[in-house]
Design a protein around this ligand. Structure first.
Ligand code: HEM
Length: 379
């Protein structure tokens, strides 16, 4: 498919989106403002062609967030939370993230057979992002189910219901923070809104939803897909255990090899654009395939081989350009701590079922497992 890096598809509904799959081309499109978000037109298009689940956060009430906006709106929204997500700010969370990982692993006691997603990869990022935003402990399970619905390919009504429930809940939580602010990010955003009139109530709720949903679903997949990659490549696992300083490189390779957001990052052309010698007219719907770009043989030697010692860099798992993932430093830190704790505690980890029997979640946006059954052993 990557032999033709830009092409137009024809779907059974008659919908004719463009698909970009080459690394250079996806990267160029992500940096090019003529490939805009234009969220209203994209939402309308998804609705018309019943592509539920194609983009995670298009519920009507949750439309006004940075990932769905173009400049200058985008810069204003991103600027409000940028500071909290710099590598330096995120580094301050290290001790708390370590504590959460320890608690989750302690809770396993001597259990040997576990679903590593359910007991570790899923609760870790939820706890971190909920604490950061100030979502009370007792509400977190509910969050998980709403956010699951938002990124899955469930019927449109289910997605809308989940997004409405999440929005209602957040409106309530924001009211509570107005009266009784805490040290958390939601309280700070409420303050920013009240201080400079820079954020409407809808924008605030959308921002919180984006951070909550983008902040955990993806990181779950980074940990889950990364563990699976190691367990199915024992030589790479041994090399990492031999020299733990290889971990940061290994995490970049997990991101490239099995990207948590793999397929559709969506854009809309605001004027005709020529890319790889192909002319895409104005007003066209364009899907940028990150996973395909990360496996482009023109960019990576042996792209389908997992090699934690690779030094080619430049994967697009966190996107590129103005929408480059705000949470990348946090995701990297969580993954670094998660792998360190897991491999440090268990001298042996094996898949409990053959890899071919593992089920992948049905989503057009995310690439992640349903379950990851493993056998853990301390020796
Ligand atoms: C944007 C991937 C974790 C918050 C993005 C984009 C990608 C991405 C590909 C760009 C989408 C586009 O251009 O259309 C990932 C992956 C993650 C991860 C693979 C984990 C491994 C996180 C975390 C947070 C987060 C932990 C927040 C706590 C965001 C936000 C944006 C974004 C707010 C929108 C930025 C903007 O529009 O300016 N992410 N993400 N992400 N991500 Fe992440």
């Amino acid at each position: 498919m990557r032999d033709i890096p830009v092409r137009q598809m024809v779907m059974s509904s008659g919908f004719r989106p463009w698909l970009i799959t080459g690394h250079a081309e996806v990267r160029a499109a992500l940096a090019d403002q003529r490939f805009a978000k234009d969220s209203h037109r994209v939402a309308e298009m998804l609705d018309r062609h019943s592509l539920a689940g194609t983009d995670s956060l298009f519920g009507q009430s949750l439309l006004h967030h940075m990932l769905n906006t173009d400049p200058p709106e985008h810069g204003r929204l991103r600027g409000l939370v940028n500071k909290a997500f710099t590598p330096r700010a995120v580094e301050r969370l290290r001790p708390r993230i370590e504590e959460i990982c320890d608690e989750l692993l302690d809770a396993l006691g001597g259990r040997q057979h576990v679903d590593l997603l359910a007991v570790f990869a899923v609760p870790l990022p939820i706890k971190v992002i909920c604490e950061l935003l100030g979502v009370p402990q007792e509400d977190r399970e509910e969050f998980r189910s709403w956010s699951n619905a938002l990124v899955s390919a469930l019927p449109r009504e289910v997605v809308t219901e989940a997004s409405n429930a999440m929005a209602d809940y957040l409106h309530g939580l924001i009211k509570a923070k107005e009266q009784d602010p805490g040290e958390d990010m939601l309280s700070a955003l409420v303050h920013a809104r009240d201080g400079g009139d820079r954020l409407t109530a809808d924008e605030l709720v959308s921002m919180a939803c984006l951070l909550l949903a983008a902040g955990h679903e993806t990181t779950v997949n980074l940990i889950g897909n990364g563990v699976l990659a190691l367990l199915t490549h024992p030589d790479q696992l041994a090399s990492l255990r031999d020299d733990p300083t290889r971990l940061p490189g290994a995490i970049e390779e997990f991101l490239r090899y099995d990207s948590p957001i793999n397929q559709a990052t969506l854009r809309f052309t605001t004027e005709p654009v020529e890319i790889a010698g192909v002319r895409i007219p104005e007003g066209e719907f364009v899907m940028l395939n990150i996973d395909s770009a990360n496996h482009d043989a023109r960019r990576y030697a042996d792209p389908d081989v997992l090699d934690i010692g690779r030094d080619e860099g430049g994967h697009l798992a966190f996107g590129h350009g103005i929408h480059y993932c705000l949470g990348a430093p946090l995701a990297r830190l969580e993954a670094e701590i998660a792998f360190t704790k897991l491999l440090g505690r268990y001298g042996r980890i094996d898949l409990a079922v053959p890899a071919e029997q593992l089920e992948w979640r049905f989503s057009v946006v995310m690439r992640g497992l349903e379950r990851l059954p493993v056998r853990l052993s301390r020796t």
